[in-house]
Ligand binder design. Structure first.
Ligand SMILES: Nc1ncnc2c1ncn2[C@@H]1O[C@H](COP(=O)(O)OP(=O)(O)O)[C@@H](O)[C@H]1O
Ligand SMILES: [Mg+2]
Length: 257
């Protein structure tokens, strides 16, 4: 497949609510792909199902591995992360009392190659892994403009800086694909500018982005391709130019009828 991630026929219901109804899509390798749609259209549920936080009713989720396709459909979240799919959440998830640096190092424990047993036995490979993680953390701190705050507690960061930290934590696991759920919600315009730069750099680092975001200006600016969900179904997909001209998209946002 030319894509890095393929979802085939994903349906998910919560009791009587059909959150997703037979959604199929493919995210191209090296792209910045957007996922938009009105509130409640199923965007977060789609990310939950891909990343193993929700069990889907039926579907296949396939990831392009080094050599073959990996089926992620029934894997728990930690195995999905180790396969190379990392997500962030709509609600911030950083450890407020840990230092900014320790937040990054903790996140690295979900990276491929980490094992609790090896860690406990302090194998040389573990020490090499740790020193590599420290180097990587220094790089991520620099890239996310967080170096001056490295030793301070994460709780001292502004909301926007915490969003950057969360992005940095995701990067520590060297993902193939990052699923970002509203990365700039609640962030001030200056920091949105920083985040935008960070996001645009991802494909060059070999990280494909799949982004849910209500800031449509940003989505239409940075994405190569956009999927539109409406009431659990895929309404349309296309380039930002095509999607912005599609009247059904505007209609979905304004409400039906
Ligand atoms: N854990 C849950 N339990 C019950 N219903 C849920 C749950 N999560 C989401 N839903 C419902 O599923 C639908 C899709 O929600 P969601 O995926 O959060 O949409 P979006 O992220 O596009 O706003 C909504 O109707 C929502 O109320
Ligand atoms: Mg959501």
């Amino acid at each position: 497949m030319s894509g890095v991630l393929r979802v085939e026929g994903l349906s998910k219901s919560y009791r009587r609510v059909t959150a997703l109804d037979s959604v199929s899509l493919e995210v191209r390798q090296g792209s910045i792909t957007g996922l938009i749609g009105p509130n409640g259209s199923g965007k977060s549920t789609l990310f939950d199902c891909i990343s193993g936080f929700q069990r889907q009713d039926s579907c296949r989720v396939l990831l392009q591995g080094e050599k073959n396709l990996l089926d992620l459909s029934d894997l728990p979240p930690v195995k999905v992360v180790r396969a190379g799919v990392r997500r962030t959440f709509q609600q911030l998830r950083v450890f407020p009392r840990l230092s900014v640096l320790d937040n990054l190092l903790t996140a690295a424990q979900a990276a491929p190659g980490f094992s609790t047993l090896a860690e406990a036995l302090r194998w040389p490979a573990v020490r090499r892994h740790e020193s590599k993680n420290c180097e990587r953390a220094a790089q991520v701190l620099e890239e996310c403009s967080l170096s001056p705050h490295a030793q301070g507690p994460a709780s001292a960061l502004s909301y926007g800086q915490k969003k950057l930290l969360e992005l940095g934590m995701a990067l520590m696991t060297n993902p193939k694909i990052l699923l970002l759920d509203e990365p700039v919600a609640g962030v001030n315009p200056t920091l949105i500018g920083n985040l935008r730069q960070e996001l645009l750099r991802m494909p060059k680092r070999g990280v494909t982005l799949f982004v849910v975001e209500h800031n449509l200006k940003l989505v239409f600016d940075i994405c190569d391709w956009i999927f539109v969900l409406d009431r659990g179904r895929l309404l349309t997909a296309g380039t930002p130019a095509d999607v912005s001209k599609d009247e059904r998209v505007l209609e979905a946002y304004l409400g039906h009828g």
